[in-house]
Write a protein that binds this ligand. Structure first.
Ligand SMILES: Cc1cc2nc3c(=O)[nH]c(=O)nc-3n(C[C@H](O)[C@H](O)[C@H](O)COP(=O)(O)OP(=O)(O)OC[C@H]3O[C@@H](n4cnc5c(N)ncnc54)[C@H](O)[C@@H]3O)c2cc1C
Length: 539
């Protein structure tokens, strides 16, 4: 069995793990990060896209609000390529509690979150789609953040300092020596190949899986798992983040991300870290609540729905009884298992927000370094990250790509018309994976392939042909790659079977199932999930 030795093994390639790998590498530690899938495929790739100002938490979770505004300002400085400075609005309507805005403004002032009162007319001049029923509105320093780009930034930077990251490597067990963890056993989730990594310390940064991973060595880490769903509308209904000015609840926020506007979120307790099911009733709630602040939005075209699982650190007993995950603290915990369980060489970091990932990493790495007797301090807030290869020079907007296309900077055939992805771009990304297998979904995360209105209806089969040629895949493997990609795209459309997207899915089904004979795909012949017609009639 192949064996590798490093100082620290980071398990988990979400925002927390990636930021930790960068932090360790900067402190001169030999670090390897592993993830069971591609980077950013856990909660960090399934989040709402909001770089919080802290305004959302300032009444219910003050310390988290302070962490958010502090880290918001740092991430803007170190990762501008991943952040679009949309600004944010908090909007109260006649449906919301009267006394909330005054309390909220006072709490923002205490937390150091800048607020600017606008008149309803000023707010509508900024965002013409806003409701006329505005009782109070404030501007805050929210922004939208592309987590794929942010994570690639952390990993690119970690590599420049000598660190490394391996994807599709699952930790299946720990290596122990007496009362110490001394490494982990890995399994390649694509080939089944097994290997060992020896490490003086392992950092468990597996988000919603943190309890499962700690359980591999018999430890009990309680995580409250809270599933939240989101819906992407096909255009940017707003260019500013719009939050409801009320106590946190379902369907409070609209986030313009790239080419779309994401409505979210819900909060449903789950027991499964991989539970990404979207209930049709959640779609109805999100459309109904968004329509209060942006009237007419529920008649718009919804592209796709998806869900992620919040890894909330299990709070004290009385809080664990709370019905809604909206009320559970977003604070994070760093667990030194030497102190808590008498097991050296293992540290767990869990909870928090994507916005606070750098701070979570800093505090977790401080504990790791203490265990290893390393005194180097954290410097990740000091310098900008290098712009990752997968990222454009600036935050992704479709107009940037169209501009480059029109000015001859993106030659070659257009493969994905919705997101403007060309054949040479696809070929370059495939080549960047070298000998490693590459899935069409990996290329989606890198280039936004198949993320537009047709949800891979037209680009899927073209990209599969290019992958087939570039990697010398057998026809069977290329067909399976296509089936997996398009099937996953269709899964996100399935809770939205009404209006334009229903028509689109019929067309895509004609292309893939009836014409190309891909029977592995989700078909419209299958029974509809309960409540589908409700979402349609509401919209
Ligand atoms: C619906 C929703 C909306 C949200 N919106 C926002 C928002 O707008 N702004 C914000 O700041 N935060 C938001 N959050 C919170 C934020 O997304 C999370 O706090 C953050 O992404 C957690 O990152 P992480 O790295 O800790 O976990 P993850 O991103 O889940 O990373 C954990 C990784 O560990 C890997 N892993 C698990 N087990 C193993 C194993 N055995 N071996 C190897 N790898 C393994 C997984 O594959 C995964 O990639 C939202 C969360 C949800 C659910």
């Amino acid at each position: 069995m192949e064996t590798t030795s490093v100082d620290v093994l980071v398990v988990g390639g979400g925002a927390t793990g990636a930021a930790a790998a960068y932090d360790l590498a900067r402190r001169g530690v030999r670090v390897l990060l592993v993830d069971q899938n591609d980077l950013t495929t856990g909660t960090s790739g399934r989040y709402h896209g909001l770089l919080h100002s802290g305004g959302r938490y300032v009444i219910t979770d003050f310390d988290t609000a302070v962490e958010c505004i502090t880290e918001n300002l740092i991430l803007r400085r170190i990762a501008p390529f991943a952040i679009e400075d949309t600004g944010g609005l908090f909007v109260a309507t006649s449906q919301d509690p009267d006394d909330f805005p005054a309390r909220w403004v006072a709490a923002c002032a205490r937390a150091g979150i800048a607020t600017e009162a606008l008149t309803p007319e000023q707010a509508r001049a900024l965002e013409p789609a806003l409701t006329r029923d505005i009782t109070a509105v404030y501007r805050v320093p929210d922004a939208s953040c592309d987590s794929f780009d942010l994570n690639h930034g952390f990993i690119t930077a970690a590599r420049t300092y000598g660190g490394d990251a391996w994807i599709y490597q699952r930790v299946t067990g720990f290596l122990t020596d007496g009362d110490a963890v001394v490494g982990a056993e890995l399994e390649d989730t694509r080939t089944g190949e097994r290997r060992r990594v020896h490490a003086a310390c392992v950092l468990n940064a597996t988000g919603p899986w943190a309890g499962v991973v700690a359980g591999l060595v018999g430890l009990d880490v309680k995580i409250r798992l809270d599933r939240g769903s989101m819906v992407a509308m096909n255009i940017r209904w707003v260019n500013t983040i719009v939050n409801r000015l009320r106590p946190p609840s379902d369907g409070d926020i609209l986030v313009p991300v790239g080419t779309v506007c994401v409505l979210g979120t819900t909060s449903i307790r789950t027991e499964d870290p991989a539970d990404t099911h979207v209930d049709v009733s959640e779609v109805s709630t999100l459309l109904r609540e968004a329509d209060v602040v942006v009237p007419g939005i529920r008649q718009g075209r919804a592209l796709r729905a998806w869900a992620g699982v919040r890894p909330l650190y299990e709070p004290p007993a009385e809080l664990a009884q709370l019905e809604s995950g909206h009320n559970v603290s977003r604070r994070f915990a760093v667990i030194d298992h030497t102190e808590r369980d008498g097991l050296r060489g293992l540290v767990t970091v869990v909870g928090g927000k994507l916005t606070t990932c750098r701070l979570m990493a800093e505090q977790a790495v401080d504990v790791v370094c203490r265990q290893l007797g390393i005194s180097a301090r954290c410097t990740t807030a000091d310098e900008p990250l290098p712009v990752p290869e997968t990222s454009p020079r600036h935050y992704h907007q479709l107009t940037h790509r169209v501009h480059r296309l029109e000015h001859g900077e993106m030659p070659g055939a257009l493969i994905c018309e919705c997101e403007v992805v060309t054949r040479p771009q696809l070929e370059a990304r495939i080549a960047a994976y070298g000998d490693q297998p590459v899935a069409l979904d990996d290329l989606r995360r890198d280039l936004r392939l198949g993320m537009g209105p047709c949800q891979a209806g037209f680009c899927g089969y073209r990209a599969a042909g290019i992958l087939h040629a570039a990697k010398g895949l057998s026809p069977g493997d290329a067909t399976r790659a296509l089936g997996a990609f398009v099937g996953e795209r269709f899964r996100g459309v399935r809770p939205l079977l009404y209006g334009h997207q229903l028509r689109q899915l019929y067309l895509d089904e004609l292309i893939y199932r009836r014409t190309l004979g891909l029977d592995t795909l989700l078909t419209l012949d299958q029974p509809q999930p309960e409540g589908v017609s409700d979402a349609g009639s509401e919209a």
